[in-house]
Design a protein around this ligand. Structure first.
Ligand SMILES: [Zn+2]
Ligand SMILES: [Zn+2]
Length: 223
């Protein structure tokens, strides 16, 4: 997995890739789109993935992002390009994956279930007229999304999100010691341990994201 990058580093990497990928007459539009989304890790991950593995292997650029669905920090986005082809991507705060062209929709059963689609026909009905899909709005502090994993208010965080609150001690789940004491281990490095932790957390009840959990959220009773 990539080491975590700051938004600025991510943007610089994308700008470097764009120099080779974007056709001359599309540079202005492509640059404007990058500027628009440069504080949004979801969009930056998507753009990075697009420009590093150009879907058709030929020069192209992104000129629009539209949102189909968002659930627990996972975004289903439509990407429109200079070449006129629309693509579907699944993105979170760590990585972006292309599913294929928008015209193909979603084949993967698990993914259809995750986003709550009955079948691919339902997706294709929505994507027939991509210009009617809602525009993807860049992240702001008012987005009602966790600033780290982008889960929405009322949804559970991606496990490992530093904003998630520990149900045992009310501290920060990734910083307190509860995960070690509850699992009776010294360090957490095995997938099985993470799964066991997830089970224990679900038993006691995970704490869903609320706006006041976000760092820097103004509180009434500041000391
Ligand atoms: Zn989160
Ligand atoms: Zn704790």
């Amino acid at each position: 997995m990539d080491t975590p990058k700051t938004l600025t580093e991510r943007k610089k990497d994308i700008q470097f890739l764009m120099k080779y990928a974007v056709p001359k007459d599309e540079v202005e539009t492509a640059d404007a789109l990058l500027e628009k989304y440069d504080a949004d890790i979801i969009a930056l991950n998507l753009l990075h993935s697009f420009y590093i593995h150009l879907p058709e292997g030929t020069d192209d650029s992104v000129n629009g992002l539209r949102l189909l669905k968002r659930r627990q920090g996972v975004f289903l986005l439509c990407v429109s390009t200079g070449s006129g082809i629309n693509y579907l991507y699944v993105v979170n705060n760590e990585a972006a994956h292309i599913l294929g062209t928008l015209a193909e929709g979603i084949i993967d059963r698990e993914l259809l279930d995750f986003f709550g689609y009955a079948d691919n026909r339902e997706v294709l009905a929505l994507t027939k007229e991509p210009e009617k899909l809602q525009e993807y709005k860049p992240y702001t502090a008012d987005s009602n999304l966790c600033p780290s994993c982008h889960a929405a208010v009322g949804e559970f965080h991606t496990l490992g999100c530093p904003v998630e609150i520990c149900p045992w001690c009310s501290g920060q789940l990734t910083y307190c010691n509860c995960r070690f004491t509850r699992l009776d281990i010294e360090s957490m490095d095995k997938l099985a341990q993470i799964e066991k932790l997830r089970e224990l957390l679900e038993e006691v009840g995970r704490i869903a994201f609320k706006k006041e959990h976000a760092p820097g959220y103004p509180t009434m009773d500041e000391e």
